[in-house]
Write a protein that binds this ligand. Structure first.
Ligand SMILES: [Fe+2]
Length: 430
């Protein structure tokens, strides 16, 4: 029998585990089975795949390791629902996930329940020593699940956006009077040598360390993200047609026939002179005061150049965020859309650093000094992606508040637009 200490710790962990697992189920609860199987582009995974893959993670890295003689209910799930862990065996092709009609959505939910039951049994019977071994992997699995909750939301948005019926993921009222954005100001920061990276208290991903010192030269950071209205000014100034603002690779991407020639952020359409966008609450006119989102790194960088500014480095961002509360519009609000700043101008405070939109930085996603990926499958979680991607900071309206940290490093390739990614400007001393 477990010791009382282990049993109270396991009760706490299991409560957190079920809370996060249940939120995934809640996110998919309004979807029809037909919604859950579509893959609208290679980057997008069907909802059903997210439901199954997050379950596979707990089965593979916990149950198979710690339950002697564990038998999967279907041994082929290991192949179907492995994403990219080479050390965990072969995997099905990512771009073909939408072709898999079995297991059905119902069978996938049964698979989730069965694995949850096994985790319950394992943790509630674990003694202190066993619990100490398993706990960090359960915590990693919980954070992994939260990452997939965000992907589930952004992926179903992309799926629904392909449908001329404009399906609604979640009903939401339109604000009758759009908020008036506060004027864009800049907060100045002096030169400083600061500690960058996670301090080791509580959970973090391996890519947030090792903590190390970094010299930050003087800079200033915009008080809030760029709004739709400000971005429309860039579009109307012919921003998408003026090569002088664009990185070479960005210019090629904007003009690629395959991309259809970008003229605006993803999900934007102009009708009778008015910009509309597709949201998880339907197709609606753009609110000028909301933070602009669904822009690539290329667009963020071009906008910054057009503005006479630049994107911040991830180190500048981390410095500016160091003492700010991590409040904001996260997935728990279930708005599933960035929100305009409430109220009138706020002066010199940094606003919306957390939540609403991920903020592109100009920092390449690369290892911090001294970083080594751990051996084995879980060492593949972050390290092997440190190539050709840029870091984003702060979380979005699809990120869980319990998932974000000031040191959190999200990363995407510069041409990706389907995440809730936005723009905050920085400047060198004038
Ligand atoms: Fe994953």
């Amino acid at each position: 029998m477990p010791t009382p200490v282990a049993s109270s710790r396991s009760a706490r962990l299991l409560s957190r585990f079920h809370e996060v697992r249940d939120f995934t189920t809640k996110l998919s609860a309004n979807l029809a089975p037909e919604d859950c199987v579509v893959q609208s582009m290679p980057d997008v995974s069907p909802t059903k795949w997210h439901l199954a893959h997050t379950t596979w993670f707990f089965e593979t890295f916990i149950l198979k390791k710690w339950i002697p003689g564990y038998q999967s209910e279907n041994s082929q799930y290991a192949y179907l629902f492995n994403s990219y862990y080479n050390a965990a065996g072969n995997m099905h092709r990512r771009d073909l996930r939408g072709l898999i009609s079995r297991p059905t959505v119902e069978e996938t939910h049964r698979y989730r329940s069965s694995i949850d039951q096994h985790i319950d049994n394992l943790l509630s019977r674990a003694d202190e020593r066993l619990f100490d071994e398993i706990e960090p992997i359960v915590v990693l699995g919980i954070h992994h699940e939260q990452q997939h909750q965000e992907l589930l939301v952004t992926d179903i948005k992309h799926v629904f956006a392909q449908n001329p019926l404009h399906p609604v993921f979640r009903e939401r009222k339109i604000d009758i009077v759009p908020a008036k954005p506060s004027p864009l100001r800049f907060v100045e920061f002096d030169e400083a040598t600061i500690e960058i990276g996670h301090d080791g208290h509580g959970f973090s991903y391996d890519n947030e360390g090792p903590r190390h010192r970094a010299l930050i030269l003087p800079f200033s950071l915009a008080t809030r993200p760029i709004t739709n209205g400000e971005y429309i000014a860039f579009i109307e100034d012919n921003g998408y047609a003026r090569s002088e603002f664009w990185l070479s690779l960005g210019w090629t991407t904007v003009n690629e026939p395959a991309s259809g020639g970008w003229q605006a952020p993803l999900y934007w359409e102009k009708h009778d002179g008015v910009w509309w966008n597709f949201t998880l609450s339907g197709f609606r006119p753009i609110d000028d005061s909301e933070p602009v989102t669904h822009v690539s790194y290329f667009e963020a960088d071009a906008f910054a150049n057009w503005s006479g500014a630049r994107l911040p480095t991830e180190f500048e961002w981390e410095r500016a965020a160091a003492n700010l509360p991590m409040d904001g519009n996260f997935v728990e609000s279930e708005r599933f859309h960035p929100q305009a700043l409430p109220g009138p101008a706020h002066g010199q405070r940094l606003e919306q650093m957390f939540g609403d939109v991920w903020e592109w930085t100009r920092s390449a996603y690369s290892p911090y000094p001294g970083y080594r990926a751990a051996p084995g499958a879980l060492g593949e979680y972050n390290g092997k992606f440190m190539c050709n991607q840029y870091v984003l900071r702060g979380g979005s309206c699809a990120t869980s508040h319990a998932h974000i940290r000031r040191t959190y490093r999200n990363f995407f390739q510069p041409e990706k637009r389907w995440q809730f990614n936005g723009i905050r400007l920085a400047r060198d001393p004038q």
